[in-house]
Design a protein around this ligand. Structure first.
Ligand SMILES: Nc1ncnc2c1ncn2[C@@H]1O[C@H](COP(=O)(O)OP(=O)(O)OP(=O)(O)O)[C@@H](O)[C@H]1O
Length: 242
């Protein structure tokens, strides 16, 4: 279980408070969508959880361990287990989809493996299994530049899973995709949550958030103003979001 308490974060030279007091508990397999007006701090929250941004205040406990107070190994585990899925996926266009899955992201892969592209046969089998599970086996040998935007997103998901992700933080992962590709990416994430216990926290448009996620957070005034599970937002809760 993940427990966040009293997370606060100010930004910029003026130290403008964006997150004032964010707290939640999260079980494995949840698919959370973060909603909120532009500038409400959705990306800041995701970056804090990925430890890309330093927290001003707060406690971050995972399976009973206090990550911020512990040593570097807890933080290293968070960096490995919390994968960040961006709107514009960075894949190496000169390598195949399979090689992109195998060599991983810079933060997860030793430099010599990235430089040489060397992989172990176990890793190869693991990557092929993951591509099969995500319905991408027929794309394995294509150069990533030949893939569609939705396929690139799903390759990035496969890459995260192969490298040990238990949590995926996705900042507008389907913006710019056509509706069918967007649905396929979100169906993939939803199925993984159900079948593997993967936890997803994503910034999505309201309509897709309500269709695909199990829980909705509305960020407002630096806190999670509404935290809703298993239902749509009421008209009062969605005020200001559309
Ligand atoms: N490094 C920074 N320096 C100054 N201001 C920042 C910085 N990072 C974020 N901000 C400000 O903090 C606020 C929250 O930004 P954030 O990107 O988290 O919002 P958001 O909810 O994701 O917005 P959007 O929906 O428009 O993407 C915004 O007002 C933004 O301008």
């Amino acid at each position: 279980m993940v427990i966040v308490e009293h997370l606060a974060k100010s930004v910029g030279p003026e130290k403008v408070p964006v997150l004032r007091d964010v707290g939640f508990r999260l079980d494995p397999g949840e698919f959370v969508s973060v909603l909120g007006e532009s500038g409400s701090g959705k990306s800041t929250l995701l970056r804090c959880l990925a430890l890309r941004d330093r927290w001003d205040k707060g406690a971050f406990r995972i399976d009973g361990k206090d990550i911020l107070k512990g040593g570097w190994s807890g933080k290293r585990n968070v960096r490995r287990e919390w994968a960040f899925l961006e709107q514009n996926v960075t894949l190496d266009p000169n390598r195949t989809a399979l090689k992109n899955v195998l060599i991983g992201q810079a933060a997860q892969t030793p430099w010599w493996r990235r430089a040489t592209g060397m992989v172990r046969s176990d890793d190869y089998m693991g990557a092929m299994d993951e591509l099969e599970r995500l319905g991408l086996l027929d794309k394995a040998k294509l150069k990533s530049g030949q893939l569609s935007g939705g396929e690139r997103q799903r390759i990035a998901i496969a890459r995260a899973l192969v490298h040990g992700a238990r949590y995926i933080l996705a900042d507008e992962p389907v913006t710019g995709l056509d509706p069918r590709s967007a649905e396929k990416v979100l169906e993939t994430l939803r199925d993984l949550c159900k079948t593997t216990g993967l936890t997803v926290i994503a910034v999505l448009p309201l309509e897709l958030a309500e269709r695909f996620s199990t829980r909705l957070w509305v960020l407002k005034d630096g806190i999670i103003k509404h935290d809703v599970t298993g239902r749509r937002l009421t008209s009062q809760e969605r005020a200001g979001l559309l």
